[in-house]
Design a binder for this molecule. Structure first.
Ligand code: ME8
Length: 661
């Protein structure tokens, strides 16, 4: 067998001064999706991620934590790695910039650049942004133009890289390789930046201690970007990259914030060293929260565990890749996430899979039926599916994930429509009817098989379940997409075990659970299969904590832990962007509290003023949709939709602050 073609993919290597949020998870999910897709196209793929562990920020964070830098970064790197493993998106190579093999690669790259005459010693004074680890083009006293935070004036002896010598070679490279910078809009941005002229770049520091030493030049250590970018090469052999055969990278997946480093500095370093240039840098947009970039330091982050704990990893993958066109910014919203989950996953793929299996179980003794001659309407659907296969593969090739999902979901919609039109359930028991029913069910199962294979790179867990439900041998992951055709579903194949795919979930409840887990990171569960609907009789937006099992009793001492008091609502207003929540201020006798309540769809704020309610006053405060909530209003949960009805005191005008026992 000929050797498989090699493919090398990378995510950015992430800073260790925080833990992963949805933005980082997005980059890693994208890379994992390409990896799965390429493997299904027959490639031998290596995906690298890792941690960027040097620099002033880490020095400071370690100091604050009272531990040596090496200990600090080892703990953080282990947490990053563990999270990727837990989410099912581990890299094939996890590179840390404190790895010895990485230090050797950086030193080797520097030596090559220096020998080729592109490095010289000098002094540099400039405004430095310690948050972005970069000198920035502002005057002393001005803030960083990228992150808006204060800059520091730094003067130091360091080595310079002759970036200015690479203006022409870079422009030539971009011209010859129009696919190098993606998407197009970023390419234009970089072209005009480089056309405007390039300044030489300081690539070592004497002011920083925590870095890779420049051999024979101590106290110089490497500047973070010379260090960090080189990690891509260290991960696949460093100086011996040719032996492994993965370099140059096929695509570096990065966020738009670091495109310049990847498309200007990085190819220039490699050109200076005489090394091969990566084939492509793909810069995706940012996930925003309330129109601002999610970032730990701004405190507006959403992390993956609560979402995965409540809806499952495939739901997160689907949402991130479906909702936003790859390359553009996207706004993260729990509301949109759960809407997508219910409409596209539960009602779309999940429903098609379970009804197909149920019909085959009932009418064909659990075996894929044998189709009779296809009718024009069957052929029309078959034609649509066959055409979609080629189109979807092309979309994956162009990293047009949202379009690929749209196309795949249009097949699901067409099949739902087909079933409604053909209504196999109303056919009788005559020979002709039985044959027709078998044909319809075979066609339906065949669409499902193709849909499953096509969606696998994005939804690996759930499609693996559908694949085995359809009785298909092997793993969904081992399907060769090049050989995927309409008509390959073998009649007579027994169905496999049916497994829960995407149980429907009540939106308000799902959001509440995710938000409450987000606010209590120590209680975030490991990803599990999505929980089924559970009722939560809370109007205060409090955690839908696990209720004891039905037969489990609690002692009075457990109940006594809950401090409930009579409160009076003083003010009530709606919260912009949260259609379920009201922001209340409530007098509980000893103080006035701000409490958010999930009752906005059922109670007019004005009508609540003055009303007496039962309040749980000893709940830990937390934020709901960014608004502090310090307590919970008690309500009954009525009807299947869990409509909240406030608990009240109709018998008498009870005193504010009285305890409920
Ligand atoms: O920049 N939306 O590390 P970093 C989408 N160590 N993607 C986001 C995001 C958001 N809100 N926030 C972060 C560094 N990302 C350097 C990289 S590479 C040689 C060195 C993703 O921890 C996105 O990919 O700040 C972005 O480029 C990256 O995380 C930045 O991660």
């Amino acid at each position: 067998m000929p050797a498989k073609p090699k493919c090398y993919l990378t995510t950015p290597i992430y800073y260790t001064n925080g833990l992963p949020h949805i933005g980082h998870t997005y980059s890693t999910i994208v890379c994992d999706t390409i990896r799965r897709y390429k493997r299904m196209r027959g490639y031998d793929v290596v995906m690298t991620t890792g941690t960027d562990e040097h620099g002033v920020n880490v020095e400071r964070a370690a100091k604050k934590a009272g531990v040596p830098e090496s200990e600090f970064v080892a703990k953080m790197a282990a947490e990053w790695k563990a999270l990727w493993d837990e989410l099912g998106i581990p890299s094939d190579e996890f590179i840390r910039t404190t790895d010895l093999k990485h230090a050797h690669t950086v030193q080797w790259l520097f030596k090559l650049c220096r020998e080729n005459g592109f490095v010289y010693p000098g002094h540099y004074t400039g405004q430095y942004c310690i948050y972005d680890n970069a000198y920035v083009d502002v005057k002393p006293g001005e803030n960083c133009p990228d992150c808006g935070r204060p800059t520091e004036t730094v003067t130091e002896a360091n080595y310079f890289f002759k970036l200015s010598a690479f203006q022409k070679p870079l422009l030539n490279w971009y011209a010859k390789h129009p696919e190098f910078i993606q998407p197009e809009s970023r390419r234009n941005e970089i072209l005009s930046f480089v056309e405007g002229g390039l300044r030489d770049l300081s690539i070592t520091r004497t002011s920083v201690r925590w870095g890779i030493p420049v051999p024979g030049e101590e106290p110089h250590v490497f500047y973070v970007w010379f260090d960090a970018l080189t990690a891509y090469l260290s991960a696949v052999g460093g100086p011996n990259y040719e032996k492994q055969g993965y370099w140059p990278a096929d695509v570096h997946i990065v966020g738009k914030d670091i495109i310049r480093f990847h498309t200007v500095y990085w190819p220039a370093f490699l050109m200076a060293a005489g090394l091969p240039i990566p084939k492509q840098v793909w810069a995706h947009g940012w996930f925003l929260m309330d129109a601002a970039k999610m970032s730990k330091s701004k405190g507006n982050v959403v992390t993956p565990r609560p979402i995965v704990g409540v809806l499952g990893m495939d739901a997160l993958r689907y949402y991130l890749l479906r909702e936003t066109v790859f390359g553009q910014d996207g706004n993260f919203s729990y509301d949109a996430l759960v809407t997508r989950y219910n409409s596209d996953l539960a009602n779309g793929l999940g429903n098609l899979a379970s009804r197909t299996a149920a019909m085959i179980e009932k009418n064909s003794s659990g075996k894929i039926p044998k189709p009779a001659a296809l009718q024009p309407q069957d052929n029309a659907l078959a034609g649509q599916v066959q055409a979609a296969i080629g189109e979807v593969l092309e979309m994956y090739d162009n990293l047009s994930f949202s379009r690929a999902l749209e196309e795949i979901w249009s097949l699901i919609a067409a099949t739902d429509k087909y079933l409604t039109a053909e209504h196999p359930w109303s056919l009788g028991e005559s020979e002709a009817d039985q044959q027709r029913r078998s044909t319809i069910l075979w066609v339906t199962a065949e669409v499902l098989r193709v849909v499953t294979a096509l969606a696998h790179p994005i939804l690996p867990d759930s499609t693996a379940k559908v694949w085995s439900l359809l009785g298909q041998g092997g793993q969904a992951a081992s399907v060769a997409l090049d050989g995927l055709r309409w008509g390959q579903l073998a009649p007579g194949t027994p169905l496999g075990k049916s497994q829960a795919l995407f149980p429907r979930i009540e939106k308000a409840e799902a959001i509440e659970r995710m938000e409450s887990m987000e606010n209590e990171p120590q209680k975030q569960p490991s990803p599990a299969t999505p929980a089924a609907h559970a009722s939560t009789p809370t109007a205060g937006g409090a955690a839908a904590a696990a209720a004891p099992a039905a037969n489990e009793k609690i002692g009075i001492e457990d109940f006594a832990k809950v401090e409930m008091r009579v409160g009076q609502i003083k003010t009530a207003e709606r919260i912009v962007g949260a259609d379920k929540l009201l922001k209340l201020t409530v007098d509980i006798g000893t103080e006035i509290r701000q409490i958010c309540a999930g009752i906005a769809q059922y109670y007019e704020p004005e009508k609540l003023i003055g009303r007496k309610v039962a309040v749980v006053v000893n709940l830990a405060p937390r934020k709901l949709r960014g608004v502090e909530s310090n307590g919970m209003i008690v309500a009954a949960s009525v009807g299947p939709e869990g409509r909240p009805v406030l608990a009240g005191f109709p018998d008498e005008d009870v005193e504010i602050g009285a305890r409920l026992k």
